[in-house]
Design a protein around this ligand. Structure first.
Ligand SMILES: Nc1ncnc2c1ncn2[C@@H]1O[C@H](COP(=O)(O)OP(=O)(O)O)[C@@H](O)[C@H]1O
Ligand SMILES: [Mg+2]
Length: 281
C-alpha cells in the first residue's frame, strides 16, 4: 500500500554481541520521515548513529523492529538508499573521478549505453561543481573534492533517500560551510529525502528540518527538535541560538560553567572525531 511516509522506522532495536559483551546499540527507535524531508541525527559517540544509518541502508539487520520505505519493509541494501561516509577514501583509487561515477552506474545497471552513462556521470559532476576535474584520480583531489565525488556518485543512481554519515566531519570549517550550502541547493533541486548524521550542533541547525537527538547506552531517541528557520540560515538569528541552547542542554551540557568554558563539548567532539577515523566493523 502506498504510504505518505518515505521512511518509517518502527520499534527498531539492535543488539551486538562482542565476545561476552552484549551491546544495546539501539532500542525502541520510532521515526517517520516524509518525502523530501531533511533529517539530522545528532548524539554522543557510540549512541548508535551509524548503526541506525546502516539499518536504513540495509547493511545491518535490526534485532527487532523494521525499516519501511514507501510502505514496504526493506530486506537489504538497494539503490533507492545510497550512503555517503565520512572517510575520504571511499572512492576507487584506480579510477578517475568520472570513472568512479560510471562504475556506480554500471553496477546499478543504469543505462546500458556507455555514451549515455558518461552523460549522466557528467551531469552529476556538474551538480557538485567538479566538471573540470573529471580526469583526475582521487589522490589528486582535496578532501572536500573527494566528498563531492562521493555525493555525485551516490546521486548518479538516483536514490530516493540519501544517507550521510558525518560526510563533512573531517573537513576544515570553510570547506564544510560551502558543502553545506551546496547540499541544501542539491536537496532542493532533486527533492531527495536526506538523513544526515553529524555531531556538530551548528551543522544540524544549518541543515535540518528536524533534528533527532540520541543518547547512548542504550541508543534511544531523547527528543526530536523541529527547525522551521527559513533558509539560508543565519548563525546570528535569535531562533538559531535558542535551538542551539536547546540541543546543547539535551545532549547533557546543562552546567553553565561547562557551557562557558566550552571544554567538555569540544573534548567530546574531538574524541568522537578521532574515534570515527576507526574503520567500522
Ligand atoms: N559491528 C559491531 N559489533 C559490535 N559492536 C558494534 C558494532 N558496530 C557498532 N558497535 C557498537 O554499537 C554502539 C553504537 O555504535 P555506532 O553505531 O558506531 O555509534 P555512533 O555512530 O553513534 O558513534 C557502540 O557501542 C559500538 O561500539
Ligand atoms: Mg558513527
Amino acid at each position: 500500500m502506498f504510504s505518505k511516509e518515505e521512511l518509517v522506522i518502527d520499534n527498531l532495536g539492535k543488539i551486538y554481541y562482542a565476545g561476552e559483551q552484549r551491546i544495546n546499540a539501539l532500542q525502541q527507535i520510532d521515526l517517520k520521515v516524509k518525502t523530501g524531508e531533511f533529517i539530522n541525527i545528532i548524539g554522543p559517540s557510540g549512541c548508535g548513529k551509524s548503526t541506525l544509518l546502516r539499518c536504513i541502508a540495509g547493511f545491518e539487520k535490526p534485532t527487532v523492529g523494521r525499516v519501511k520505505v514507501r510502505g514496504s519493509e526493506i530486506s537489504g541494501p538497494g539503490i533507492d538508499r545510497m550512503m555517503v561516509f565520512q572517510d575520504f577514501e571511499q572512492l576507487f583509487p584506480w579510477y578517475t573521478v568520472l570513472e568512479n561515477i560510471i562504475f556506480a552506474l554500471r553496477v546499478a545497471r543504469i543505462s546500458i549505453d556507455p555514451k549515455k552513462r558518461k552523460k549522466v556521470a557528467r551531469y552529476y559532476l556538474k551538480m557538485v561543481g567538479l566538471t573540470r576535474f573529471e580526469d583526475l584520480y582521487p589522490h589528486q583531489l582535496s578532501g572536500g573534492m573527494k566528498q563531492r565525488v562521493a555525493i555525485a556518485r551516490a546521486l548518479s543512481v538516483q536514490p530516493r533517500i540519501l544517507l550521510m554519515d558525518e560526510p563533512f566531519g573531517s573537513l576544515d570549517a570553510i570547506t564544510r560551510f560551502s558543502l553545506q550550502k551546496e547540499l541544501i541547493r542539491i536537496w532542493k533541486d532533486t527533492g531527495l529525502t536526506i538523513i544526515f548524521v553529524t555531531h556538530n550542533i551548528e551543522e544540524a541547525i544549518i541543515l535540518g528540518d528536524r533534528i533527532v537527538i540520541l543518547e547512548a547506552n542504550p541508543g534511544t531517541i531523547i527528543e526530536i527538535v523541529e527547525n522551521t528557520l527559513s533558509r539560508p540560515r543565519s548563525l546570528e538569528a535569535v531562533e538559531f541560538n535558542r535551538i542551539w541552547e536547546q540541543i546543547h542542554t539535551l545532549l547533557g551540557f546543562e552546567n553553565r560553567e561547562q557551557q562557558e568554558s566550552g571544554k567538555s563539548i569540544t573534548k567530546l567532539f574531538r574524541e568522537e572525531r578521532e574515534l570515527s577515523f576507526l574503520p567500522h566493523a
